[in-house]
Design a protein around this ligand. Structure first.
Ligand SMILES: CCCCCCC/C=C/C(=O)SCCNC(=O)CCNC(=O)[C@H](O)C(C)(C)COP(=O)(O)OP(=O)(O)OC[C@H]1O[C@@H](n2cnc3c(N)ncnc32)[C@H](O)[C@@H]1OP(=O)(O)O
Length: 76
């Protein structure tokens, strides 16, 4: 999952949440894409911050989820 929040001062936040290490699964990838689309359609947003939940950024791609590679390559 990735949660979108509109912050103050023209900032948008996308927080990766996939315990225990916020790895990037297909669902997280879709959440990032949805968050980016929201931010890009809000013309008051000037910067996008991407962080991880619970004090961790991300362990990178989720091992054993090979569909992440397919989705990353095939999604416009
Ligand atoms: C966005 C488009 C993507 C396109 C692909 C682009 C190419 C991308 C490549 C990459 O992302 S390469 C990087 C892949 N990631 C890694 O190699 C990280 C491997 N993990 C670690 O080095 C360590 O686990 C850690 C993140 C430094 C954390 O270490 P720590 O000692 O704190 O905890 P651990 O006991 O090692 O792990 C806890 C728990 O988390 C699971 N886990 C760790 N990494 C992943 C992961 N990448 N995917 C899924 N799960 C992961 C680990 O198995 C442990 O689980 P349990 O054993 O507790 O069930």
């Amino acid at each position: 999952m990735a949660e979108y929040t509109r912050l103050w001062n023209c900032l948008a936040l996308i927080r990766l949440r996939n315990p225990p290490v916020n790895s990037i699964s297909t669902a997280v990838l879709h959440g990032i894409k949805a968050g980016l689309q929201k931010a890009l359609t809000d013309h008051t947003v000037k910067a996008i911050v991407i962080c991880g939940a619970d004090g961790k950024f991300s362990a990178g791609v989720q091992v054993c989820d090979s569909s992440v590679f397919y989705n990353a390559q095939c999604s416009p």
